[in-house]
Design a protein around this ligand. Structure first.
Ligand code: ATP
Length: 437
């Protein structure tokens, strides 16, 4: 089994991620987050929001809709251009994205070696209709990228906040793409979330802010990785650049399934998006500098990454198999800030009321300041194994000695070190340990 297959099976076993519509045989490119995964993903998004919005004076957040006026997607170029070019194999009739075929092998089917036909364009926007009366329904689209609602609200934000250029608008939200070849678990799905920042600047300051955000985003992702060598920049070649971009960089992650792949794009949008929306809506989207009176269309630095893709990369990075006393231990060495539970309270036996009462009190106290799991099932080894597999950084075990001397066992996920500590010191110690990370 590959590491990715191992991870997929762990995710199912431990309630992190499930294939959507499982009982009907599944539907390609759609995934549900289970009880452990939903919280972990929320922690991840909260961390992004804290670091990108809450802790910055010059960034504000919005939450836009999935369905917008259809003209948005004409202005953005998605109706015409949001297409993958596919070619079909003459022999096995499978279709492949031309941009993903290896250089020099674009005419040969990667599966059966047959001859690939001429490439055709397939638009990957999901269509939908708004309205209830047949014949009067308006065709529109599920958003193919989350950022468009930021451009639409750029003036509302300026008018309703005290933000002045340079400033940013951030958003986390769903995007939908009818991907031709959804694959590799969450890496390429059809419904996913993106986190975007659009940073509005004076054209003269574009290079400075581009470099600033490029580094900020890289450092942020790197800080979440155990294996720091698995992240890099890739600069786009000149022939990959859109006409308005002076440069473009991807932050990439090294995978086992496809080597280096895109994680987040750092885009030089210039004034393209606001100018397009101005053209299609007939509304001026200029900015007037309150100090100098200069009026101009702001330029934009965009950072656009995938939440689910990040989630999967961080799980791959955290997924570890170790030999312990001749047995294999699987452990998710995930950043404690992202773990669903920071600590698990484990009474040694489920059928001893005194032990359970004591443990319940420990649980209630810790639960005021930490996210805490409760596990009074099976034997202690199995309990630790479960907590290791869902990435819980600390376990607190209540045993019969606890009843005598008010000490508990604190076990660390990564080192498996166990120490006996007085209960009254537990909370302070946990705070110190968790803050250190
Ligand atoms: P790719 O080349 O991988 O298709 P893209 O260049 O089309 O990505 P963008 O449009 O720049 O991607 O989207 C920003 C980010 O959204 C990507 O860097 C990626 O993290 C995420 N993303 C894009 N498409 C998908 C998808 N189908 N499934 C999951 N995440 C995605």
């Amino acid at each position: 089994m590959t590491k990715l297959q191992d991870l997929v099976s762990l995710c199912k076993r431990r309630g992190i991620i499930f294939q959507n519509s499982d009982i009907y045989g599944g539907i390609a490119g759609f995934f549900d987050y289970g009880p452990i995964g939903a919280q972990m993903k929320m922690n991840l998004k909260n961390l992004w929001w804290k670091d990108m919005v809450k802790d910055r004076k010059n960034v504000v957040g919005i939450d836009g809709t999935i369905i917008t006026h259809p003209k948005v997607w004409e202005a953005s170029g998605h109706v015409k251009g949001f297409a993958d070019v596919l070619s079909e194999c003459d022999s096995c009739h499978k279709r492949f994205r031309v941009d993903q075929l290896k250089k020099g092998k674009k005419k040969e089917c990667p599966e059966c070696g047959g001859k690939l036909g001429k490439g055709k364009k397939f638009n990957i926007l999901f269509e939908t209709k708004v309205g209830v009366i047949e014949g009067e329904k308006t065709k529109t689209y599920l958003r193919g990228e989350a950022c468009q609602t930021i451009y639409l609200n750029y003036q509302n934000v300026i008018n309703s906040t005290r933000q002045k250029i340079p400033f940013g608008i951030a958003q986390i939200g769903k995007a939908f793409r009818n991907e031709v070849t959804p694959k590799n678990f969450l890496y390429r799905s059809r419904e996913f979330e993106q986190w975007d920042l659009q940073f509005f600047v004076h054209p003269d300051d574009m290079t400075k802010w581009y470099e600033f955000w490029k580094q900020e985003r890289f450092d942020w992702y790197k800080s979440l990785l155990n294996n720091k060598d698995n992240i890099r920049f890739r600069e786009h070649d000149k022939d990959e650049l859109v006409f308005y971009a002076k440069k473009a960089f991807d932050i990439e992650y090294k995978t086992e399934f496809a080597d280096w792949v895109e994680w987040e794009g750092i885009h030089w949008r210039a004034d393209y998006d606001l100018t397009q929306h101005s053209k299609f809506s007939g509304k001026k989207l200029n900015y007037r500098d309150p100090k100098t009176g200069e009026t101009y269309v702001p330029w934009i630095v965009e950072t656009s990454g995938g939440v689910d893709r990040t989630f999967m990369f961080l799980l791959l990075d955290a997924y570890t198999k170790e030999e312990v006393d001749g047995k294999t231990r699987t452990v998710l060495k995930i950043d404690p800030r992202l773990a669903t539970y920071q600590v698990a309270v484990i009474p040694l036996a489920a059928n001893k009321p005194k032990l359970i009462d004591y443990a319940q009190k420990v649980f209630d106290d810790l639960n005021k300041n930490f996210s805490v799991d409760w596990d009074d099932s099976s034997n202690i080894g199995k309990k630790y194994r479960r907590q290791d597999e869902i990435g819980t950084p600390y376990c607190v075990t209540i045993d019969f000695d606890t009843l005598k001397d008010d000490t508990v066992t604190l076990r660390e996920r990564d080192s498996m070190k166990q120490e006996r500590i007085p209960l009254k010191k537990l909370e302070k110690l946990l705070k110190e340990k968790l803050l250190k990370n």
